[in-house]
Design a protein around this ligand. Structure first.
Ligand code: PEP
Ligand code: MG
Length: 617
């Protein structure tokens, strides 16, 4: 079963265990988002800070102290508001915790120590705050007196709040692109027991350089979102809480799944060199964004984007997407505290449709269930949720919600070239029921004279083996197909995409999966239905040649994956790709096929692509 909300996050107790075993330096987990990041550990799930450990000049000292004063003032204000709210909503006793925090901020000795260190050591205020706070924390958490030990945790909490505010003050005027494009992503590395898609939906994304979690297998929706954000990520690292502390320096290698905590200098130097190489190749690829995506013998492949919100469109446009192949609408539903009404959803979809500037966009109706929960719906727990009432099955149960969403999407359809897609279709009855609801939504809009596109193309996700094996039947019902390889692999291989201990069975390289993909693409062609591959496989450089070889001409992926996939397409010819398919389908071992794909593409590009894909696949 996939992890559920409510499982323990890091606790203070967890971080206290840390001191006992700080000698441990290296861990291995599941490589989830390729790439390297370096930065400071940020435990739990809070806003981020970037600790830039540089030396400041005499002139800068005044400004740093001013920021400190402002951060203290802001922190106090926040604490007073929080205190009032907690007193009203929970109780006076619970609210007294904030009195302690305010008292720490008013403690002259504590503040004087920070001010003196900024002046003496010429370090930015955020660095000094973390060092001083850590010093207090260490000393206080070792004393006998229980009351004082508890205050140690308060000191750490207040330190994090101060850091947040210092960070926000310093970054007030920086825009998103500056943060994303910075050369060396040295920001916070978020360490958590687990992250859920709703966490990512509300994450202060800009300064998160990397993510490491104890739970997760890298196939879930969290991983999908982190990939879209291009944040190097490692999941499934056991017992993190016993060895890491806030502020530890860490290297996350999202390609090999390694995490180095407080590494030796030679390790850091090695990674810096690798990062430089990775960045320079990325810059080269980015400089080629204007080039068309076709093979050397001119077979064009459309590169579409997978998005979950309007800001993803902005990024995909930078990479010159041909349109949006998959808009996952459930993430905007997950970021709410209640189900949004039609008007509210309409505005969201309209903004996204307008943002794609007239290019085609496929909007998928809500795909809820397993790790994508809407807390406010209070859905019953299921023993085996991946095989349960998820996605379209749930939409049939929640007819009013589905109708509301359909009306909102239909209304947005007049603002661009919108296609509508139903997820997790198993049988023709599913499609018919989904279309019946669609007609109902259309009639509701007609009755009030609200405009929509009456000819909106309808498609389905092919992600359940039963649907994949009977696409001829579906071809009469729908205008297009989209292959969800994430779920398809899960169901063909019978391995939960969210469970790390079955990862060895969850393999896109499995010959059964590859055969089925070939069959899917051929059937769609035989029935003259456009087909897109929109699962993670579409953006994985090792699969590009295979997918082109079986005849895929539309691939939809997270925007950051587009430049490399395009580079590969531009370096191969169709006949060569078809030969690779033939060879691969003769092999019986998953490992052999992976090597064949990797070796072939690396030879063609003349470079090692280890850092660009996940070693554990
Ligand atoms: C898939 O299953 O491949 C897919 C694209 O949908 P999701 O990852 O949202 O389940
Ligand atoms: Mg799916």
């Amino acid at each position: 079963m996939s992890p559920r909300r409510g499982t323990d996050r890091f606790t203070r107790k967890g971080t206290e265990k840390t001191r006992a075993s700080r000698r441990k330096h290296q861990f291995r987990g599941v490589a989830v988002v390729p790439g390297i990041s370096m930065g400071r550990v940020h435990l739990k799930f809070r806003k981020t800070q970037v600790l830039s450990d540089r030396t400041i000049t005499d002139e800068e000292i005044g400004r740093e102290l001013q920021i400190l004063g402002e951060a203290v003032r802001l922190s106090k204000e926040q604490l007073i508001v929080a205190r009032e709210r907690v007193a009203q909503e929970i109780g006076e006793l619970e609210a007294t915790i904030f009195d302690t925090h305010i008292a720490i901020l008013e403690d002259r000795a504590f503040m004087a120590k920070i001010q003196a260190a900024v002046q003496r050591d010429h370090k930015p205020v955020e660095v000094v705050v973390s060092v001083v706070v850590e010093g207090y924390y260490q000393t206080m958490s070792m004393v006998e007196d229980e009351h004082l030990r508890e205050r140690a945790a308060d000191i750490r909490d207040i330190g994090l709040r101060l850091l947040d505010n210092v960070h926000n003050l310093k970054n007030q005027n920086k825009d998103l692109s500056e943060a994303i494009d910075r050369e060396v992503p040295e920001g916070d590395v978020v360490f958590a027991r687990e992250l859920l898609p709703s966490d990512i939906a509300t994450l202060e994304r800009r300064h998160v350089a990397g993510v490491v979690t104890e739970a997760g297998s890298g196939r879930g929706h969290c991983a999908v979102m982190l990939r879209a954000l291009n944040i190097p990520t490692v999941m499934g690292v056991e017992d993190l809480a016993t060895v890491v502390r806030d502020g530890d320096f860490v290297i996350v290698d999202g390609s090999s799944g390694q995490v180095h905590v407080n590494p030796r200098k030679d390790v850091v130097d090695g990674y810096r060199a690798a990062l430089k190489d990775f960045e320079s190749y990325r810059n080269l690829l980015t400089s080629e964004v204007e080039l068309p995506a076709h093979t050397t013998d001119e077979h064009y492949v459309k590169l579409m984007a997978n998005i979950s919100q309007a800001s993803d469109v902005h990024q995909a446009k930078l990479y010159r997407m041909d349109g949006v192949g998959l808009y996952r609408t459930e993430f905007q539903l997950m970021a709410r505290t209640h189900y949004p009404d039609e008007e509210d959803q309409y505005r969201v979809y309209r903004d996204v449709v307008e943002a794609v500037d007239g290019k085609p966009i496929t909007i998928r109706t809500m795909d809820i269930g397993t790790d994508k929960n809407l807390d406010y719906l209070k859905l019953p727990e299921e023993e085996n949720s991946a095989l349960g009432r998820r996605s379209i099955r749930l939409a049939f149960d929640l007819e009013d919600f589905q109708l509301t969403q359909l009306r909102a999407i239909l209304r947005a359809s007049v603002h661009g070239e919108v296609r509508l897609m139903f997820p997790f279709i198993t049988s023709v009855e599913d499609v018919r029921l989904a279309k019946r609801l669609l007609r109902q939504a259309q009639r509701q809009l007609e009755s009030t004279g609200v405009p929509f596109d009456p000819d909106i193309p309808i498609g389905i996700m092919v992600e359940v083996p039963a649907a994949a094996l009977s696409m001829d039947k579906f071809a009469r019902e729908v205008q297009f197909f989209s292959v969800g390889t994430n779920d398809l692999v899960q169901y063909v291989c019978a391995a939960d995409r969210n469970q790390s201990d079955v990862a060895p069975w969850y393999k896109g390289y499995n010959p059964g999966v590859l055969q089925l993909l070939k069959h899917i693409v051929e059937t769609a062609k035989a029935y003259n239905r456009p087909l897109t591959v929109c699962g993670e496989m579409a953006g994985d450089p090792f699969y590009t040649m295979f997918l082109v070889g079986i005849g895929c001409d539309q691939l939809s992926m997270s925007a950051p994956q587009m430049p490399l996939v395009k580079k590969i397409i531009r370096s191969i010819n169709l006949a060569g790709a078809q030969r690779l398919v033939e060879r691969a389908l003769q092999y019986s071992s998953t490992g052999q096929i992976r090597h064949l794909f990797q070796d072939t593409v690396e030879q063609i590009l003349g470079r090692d692509l280890t850092a660009w894909t996940k070693k554990t696949d």
